[in-house]
Design a protein around this ligand. Structure first.
Ligand code: ADP
Length: 641
């Protein structure tokens, strides 16, 4: 019984305990479950925002903005799978459905326009609007669409997409507003995010646009620079080629005709022409005549293209007479051009520039292309510059041609003169030797006694014959030196040669009351020389010194070792030579003004000496001051072992 009682008591206690706890927690439990639910929805929202924010990015192109909008809506739809997400875009007076997410009964038509004043209100207020039953208001225009989605209750929120697109609205629709409390922060968050992303994206787009614009500007500038650079290089190359041709053509051995033709070739390349020709004025014919070497015209045909300057209908003639450049895009159809010539040249585009030298016009340059409308005013200007250069070259060429033909003529005349002198001298020498021989015999008295007058006359004859013989032997020497004289080079001691000359001249010096001395350094190195010819040089200098220094003068011969060369000088204290004559004393037949009438001579001694010394690889010169004598020196290179 007790046991039963205890059992009943325990049961009662347990029941009372249970009842107590039931009563105690009956009020607490719903609060706790609500708390848990709130905690869960908070956690869900936090993870939703975190996840979407982590994956958020600012699209770089406006079309990518649609992707990010979709991404948010999909995420939202996952949280609220029983709801529909519809996106509308603002149009003039109505809203266009551009996207949606949700199961639907019948597939709705996209891009159809709808009208509902609530859309405009939401857009105007920029705020979230809630309609627990949209039919409670003024809902015309959307009921059919909403019924497709089974939408009764609506939350809507506007946002502004990036890239300047029209304003949009997200419509969160459901059969009832049950989920609206929970959905509102999501919707606010999503539209808020979309708006901020759009702001960032807009910035990115403008920056990107600016960068792109800058990039394209920079690349256009770089391209332009590239083109200008390569054009400059091309021009420089062409100028260099032109310069080379001009230098070559105008230099020694240059070929005027080929030079001109090379220039016209370069001009043709520079302006990509098919025909380039110089038409120079021929005074005798009164015509502009194509000069040889034209580009694109056969030399045998060039006479066909001559134009009489009386023909003023020709653009070339007008350019020539008016000195103004001319350009046409189609010469064959231009009334200002003689079509006949344009057809002959087979050209359409044509440029003509005057070629003038200082104030004198000498012709025109005609540049043609088979293509119509091909040349530019720039090229015409360029051509005018080239034409100026060409004028100088043409003038230079004609001067050069004149000069070289004159030089050729002169050389020919000189040759004839040398040959004549050599022949005449040879012819004179033989009879003179005979005359001299007989005069000497008669003067010696071998063929009978002479009276005083006869003796005097014959002495004068003998002296004249001597002078004539001297002149002839000088002329012969000169003609030999001008021709191919064979020098017999050998090692020669110049001191020895000087000694021999001085002793041979002693008698002559004494006759002229001239003191002759020599001061040749001892042990002079040998030179390579022809003894006869170099001996003659020393003789000439000594004879001149004795002759021109005059009575009572002093003449000294010196010889010095200058290392590479030996220098021999003949110095006198006579009247000297004026500076302007010093340059000419070595010329053939030159005689000083003072000496010409007073001292006998031929004017050949120094010319012969110069030629001889130079044939030995040496030099000869004079130093003199008027009134203080003259010093003639020559240097010969020391002989190498
Ligand atoms: P030539 O003596 O026959 O006239 P050269 O050729 O030897 O011919 O000399 C040319 C000229 O140089 C002379 O006419 C003379 O005027 C001048 N000349 C040469 N040597 C002397 C000198 N020592 N002093 C002054 N004048 C001189």
């Amino acid at each position: 019984m007790l046991n039963e009682l205890i059992g009943a008591g325990a049961l009662g206690a347990a029941g009372a305990f249970g009842a107590y706890w039931y009563l105690k927690f009956r009020a607490v439990l719903p609060i706790e479950s609500r708390l848990r639910a709130a905690q869960k929805s908070f956690a869900d929202f936090t993870s939703f925002t975190r996840e979407t924010m982590e994956r958020a990015y600012a699209p770089e192109h406006p079309e990518h903005y649609g992707d990010i909008t979709n991404y948010y809506l999909i995420k939202l739809h996952k949280v609220f799978p029983d709801s529909s997400m519809l996106v509308f875009e603002k149009g003039p007076g109505q809203w266009k459905l551009v996207n949606y997410l949700k199961h639907f009964k019948v597939e709705p038509k996209l891009l159809t326009s709808y009208k509902w004043s609530a859309f405009d209100r939401s857009s105007a207020e920029g705020e979230l609007l809630r309609f627990d039953d949209f039919r409670a208001g003024d809902y015309q225009g959307v009921e059919e669409l909403f019924s497709v989605f089974d939408v009764r209750a609506v939350l809507m929120c506007p946002f502004k997409p990036a890239g300047g697109a029209a304003e949009r609205l997200v419509v969160f629709g459901a059969a009832s507003p049950a989920s609206f409390e929970a959905a509102q922060p999501y919707l606010r968050f999503v539209t808020g995010q979309l708006s901020s992303i759009s702001k960032v994206s807009d910035k990115v787009f403008t920056l990107r646009k600016e960068t792109e614009h800058l990039k394209s500007e920079v690349s256009a500038v770089v391209k332009e620079l590239d083109v200008a650079g390569s054009r400059l290089i091309q021009r420089a190359r062409e100028r260099k080629a032109l310069y080379e041709v001009v230098t070559k053509a105008a230099g020694p051995g240059g070929d005027a005709q080929n030079g001109c033709s090379a220039i016209l070739n370069i001009v043709a390349k520079m302006v990509e022409a098919d025909v380039v020709a110089c038409l120079l004025f021929d005074e005798s014919k009164g015509e502009l005549v194509v000069s040889p070497g034209a580009y694109g015209i056969k030399d045998e045909d060039r006479m066909l293209y001559s134009i009489p300057v009386s023909n003023q209908a020709s653009a070339s003639v007008r350019t020539f007479l008016g000195r103004k450049p001319f350009i046409t895009a189609d010469a064959q159809n231009d009334p200002d051009v003689l079509a006949r010539y344009a057809k002959l040249w087979e050209i359409h585009s044509l440029m003509i520039v005057p070629i003038s030298l200082h104030d004198r016009i000498i012709g025109v340059m005609r540049v043609g292309s088979k293509r119509a409308d091909f040349f530019t005013p720039d090229q015409l200007e360029f051509l005018s510059i080239i034409a100026d250069e060409l004028a100088i070259i043409i003038e230079m060429f004609s001067l050069y041609e004149n000069l070289s033909s004159t030089a050729q003529e002169l050389a020919q005349l000189n040759k004839i003169k040398d040959e004549f002198l050599s022949t005449v001298s040879h012819e004179l020498k033989t009879p003179l030797t005979t005359i001299k021989g007989f005069v000497s015999v008669i003067l010696s008295g071998e063929v009978g006694p002479l009276n005083e007058q006869q003796h005097n006359f014959l002495t004068v004859t003998d002296q004249s014959v001597n002078r004539l013989t001297h002149l002839i032997s000088n002329l012969l020497d000169l003609s030999r030196l001008n021709g191919k004289v064979e020098m017999e080079f050998q090692k020669v001691d110049l001191a020895e040669l000087v000694r021999a000359s001085v002793s041979a001249m002693l008698l002559k010096a004494r006759e002229g009351n001239v003191t002759l001395s020599s001061a040749v350094a001892k042990g002079l190195p040998a030179v390579k020389a022809d003894t006869r010819w170099i001996g003659q040089v020393i003789d000439n200098l000594l004879i001149n010194a004795i002759k021109y220094a005059g009575k009572g003068a002093k003449v000294n011969v010196s010889g010095t070792d200058k290392g590479e060369a030996i220098v021999i000088c003949v110095e006198d204290n006579g009247p000297g030579i004026p500076p302007e004559e010093q340059k000419m004393v070595f010329d053939k037949f030159y005689r000083g003004k003072a000496s010409a009438n007073q001292v006998p001579g031929t004017g050949l001694g120094l010319a012969i000496s110069k030629s001889v010394v130079e044939k030995h690889g040496g030099k000869i010169w004079v130093e003199s001051k008027v009134g203080h004598g003259a010093r003639f020196c020559f240097a010969l290179p020391v002989a190498k072992n």
